[in-house]
Design a protein around this ligand. Sequence first.
Ligand SMILES: Nc1ncnc2c1ncn2[C@@H]1O[C@H](COP(=O)(O)OP(=O)(O)OP(=O)(O)O)[C@@H](O)[C@H]1O
Length: 225
Amino acid sequence: MLSLQHISKYYQNGPNKAYVINDLSLDIEEGEFVSIMGPSGSGKSTLLNIIGMLDAPTDGYHYFIDQPVHQLKEKQRSALYKQYIGFVFQAYHLIDELTVYENIETPLIYQDIKGSERKALVADMLDRFGIVGKKDLFPSQLSGGQQQLVGVARALISKPKLLLADEPTGNLNSKQGEEIMELFRKLNKEDGVTIVQVTHSEKNAQYGSRIINLLDGRIESSITL
Ligand SMILES: Nc1ncnc2c1ncn2[C@@H]1O[C@H](COP(=O)(O)OP(=O)(O)OP(=O)(O)O)[C@@H](O)[C@H]1O
């Protein structure tokens, strides 16, 4: 599904280059559920953002669904992202002024999907996530776990092939966190969604099929579970 080859990302620090990702190569197959771990500052979020095309590497080759991402123009990258990728963030990134319903609907509006179809898709998603009764509430009126469910529902509404999650349970209590992990497991096993998550939790990492440990912007180990 994706291939990173000799990827580096550095920031120019006076005359020095501060490497955040250092000559990293990684292939991820369709259907995998990969957990990225490593100490703070090891480059986990940067790597996830590069995979999700939200950040561009300074060097290297990046292929996604056979497209050479490193050669694409911004507009083409953004079209690829919209078609194939869903992103879940630790801090939810919901829009405060929109209701639950409207938050979930937003990606469909960007995809120019017509009103009646949007309505049916959002209704399905609300039903599936058991949040029909919350649809007219605003994010601030929900618990953290419920907000993250909305974040995941929004990421999934456009049926992405690749779901990226940066510490998706970071702000949740352990029960809420388990629910999100169970949901990811189901999405991966039953719906075939490829998942890459960044996590500090060994327990959450075990939900996946492979654990990649980063250290100083390099892969220290890759363990298949
Ligand atoms: N704009 C920038 N300029 C300079 N350095 C940066 C910039 N953005 C990120 N970095 C550095 O990149 C390094 C890796 O950051 P990243 O967020 O990828 O780490 P992480 O492993 O996800 O950390 P954490 O677990 O704390 O979230 C950090 O040392 C950070 O200071």
